[in-house]
Design a protein around this ligand. Structure first.
Ligand code: DQA
Length: 144
């Protein structure tokens, strides 16, 4: 059976393409999903990409990944990265490896983006490469 790599996206990432393109680029989340799906196929994985503006949806999807036998999770939690103890706890509560992903490099931006609850629980972080961050994270996930 083909294994799944789950790609979870948090608040405001549905607006990629039109949202502050100077920071986040012009690719939409659909563009990124298409590229991940194509590369995932080459690597032998199904890509399941989801987005929600609601913290609880992300928590539920993290929990469910365990029962679904997901191989790894790429998580761009958006602003929840910097605020959500609930996401930290959810990542800690599951055995599925989580890779933190960001389009921008939060460490090179405002101070309030420097803390990451997701990063404290994730197995690694890839940030600062625009849409390519997701592709690099997929390569990392596939080789875990
Ligand atoms: C982001 C960085 C976060 O600080 C921000 O709140 C986002 C996007 C990124 O992908 O660069 O929504 O996660």
């Amino acid at each position: 059976m083909t294994e799944t790599i789950l790609v979870l996206n948090g608040p405001n990432l549905n607006l990629l393409g039109s949202r502050e393109p100077d920071i986040y680029g012009s690719d939409t989340l659909d563009d990124i999903a298409a590229r991940l799906t194509e590369r995932g196929k080459e690597l032998g994985f199904v890509i399941d990409l989801r987005q929600s503006n609601h913290e609880g949806h992300l928590v539920d999807w993290l929990h469910e990944s365990q029962d679904r036998g997901v191989k790894a999770i790429l998580l761009n939690a958006g602003a929840l990265t910097h605020t959500s103890v609930a996401l930290y706890d959810a990542i800690k509560a599951i055995d599925v490896p989580v890779i933190e992903v960001h389009l921008s490099n939060p460490l090179a931006r405002e101070d309030f983006r420097h803390a990451s609850f997701v990063g404290r629980a994730a197995c690694g972080t890839i940030s600062g490469f625009g849409a390519l961050s997701y592709m690099l994270a997929l390569e990392a996930a596939a080789s875990l």
